[in-house]
Ligand binder design. Sequence first.
Ligand SMILES: Cc1cc2nc3c(=O)[nH]c(=O)nc-3n(C[C@H](O)[C@H](O)[C@H](O)COP(=O)(O)OP(=O)(O)OC[C@H]3O[C@@H](n4cnc5c(N)ncnc54)[C@H](O)[C@@H]3O)c2cc1C
Ligand code: FES
Length: 377
Amino acid sequence: MDEQAPNLNIDSDTDYHDVAVNTHDEISTQLSSSHPVVTDYQITLNFSDGITKQFSVAPNTSILDAALENDVPVLYQCRSGSCSSCLCTINDGDANTLDGESSTLLPSEYSLGQRLMCVSQANSDCSFDLAYSSDVGATSVQEAKVFIDSIERIAADTVRLTVELADGYHMSFRPGQFMQINVPGVGLVRSYSPSSTDQDLPKMEFLVRLIPGGVMSTYLAEQAEADQVLTLTGPYGAFFFREEHKRAPHIFIAGGTGLAPILSIIDTLRQSSGIKPKMLLNFGCAIPDALFCLGDIELREQWLPKLETRICVDREATEAHHLGNPVSPLQADDVADPNTVAYLCGPQPMINAATARLVELGVKAENIFAEHFVASH
Ligand SMILES: Cc1cc2nc3c(=O)[nH]c(=O)nc-3n(C[C@H](O)[C@H](O)[C@H](O)COP(=O)(O)OP(=O)(O)OC[C@H]3O[C@@H](n4cnc5c(N)ncnc54)[C@H](O)[C@@H]3O)c2cc1C
Ligand code: FES
């Protein structure tokens, strides 16, 4: 009877006969003495509320997969390194990106110790900090059916989509988080951040930029009608209003439909009890015709006397606008308080520029929260 050969990687210059005459046990002994046995690594995750979770992860395995297998309440969504939901920061140990994977982190963010758990492996025991408390990820994702209430074209390439939860469905989210909406008949989902708040439920509002030829954009521009049913799941994401900073001055920087989660956060501050913090909103689009929600912003300025807004356009500015991107009007006086907190949402170059400028003006890096609307792939 043929005996099955042990599964060994024998390189071409190995003397095969030497190996073949040994028993399986002898081979194992030889291997373990010449190759150190690689063991699992111990991972420690430190949540912002002081809760610590530990679990082990095998080499070449995603840290996120291991965390989820161990029921650790971490945030995630795309599981492919593109949405940044699973962001963490190394405070001890060595972890790098898994072979064949890539992440949207900038080299500077990576060198500061930031990692995306879904595409990272440990090379030693590691300890990571998470910028959210342990109860956040414990909120389970729900699926809901919604009816379209209305679709309104609010600028040349932007629509406001208003939906209402169907009877029997529930949804809950933190201001700033996002939902995944199915594109009817296509079998694909796209991510959108409500501009409304939990208090507006069962209604939800989304601001969507129409991208020529885009799957969801085409549906919304050409096929969507009131009373059609959509399926959405959520909430997702680590970009959300941080209750613990609610008394600190707030700076909001929004590019295009990045305004959506920012409006949700501003409205949450407006609806919250107590003294409102000083707020600054810099909102920008390419040209005046692309701007939207200016009436909504004006209303909030009236309701919130401590809210200052600066509307920016890259080109064709009139007296009502700042010329340039929404980062350009930031000035030293805007960061008089070292506890200032900032929320940024828009294209990646805007987020990078805003982060660099805010840090230069004295905002602590850990008080800057950002979301980039990456394209689906
Ligand atoms: C966490 C998160 C939250 C988001 N929230 C919102 C939101 O509130 N409002 C909103 O409008 N969008 C938001 N997006 C983007 C949204 O999910 C879709 O990517 C976008 O609406 C395009 O979908 P589509 O199906 O129309 O286009 P697709 O079919 O996905 O893309 C068509 C083509 O356009 C390219 N493309 C896609 N997006 C962009 C872009 N932004 N700029 C340039 N080219 C692009 C694609 O690479 C592709 O070549 C969010 C994305 C993420 C990850
Ligand atoms: S879940 Fe890791 S980047 Fe999206």
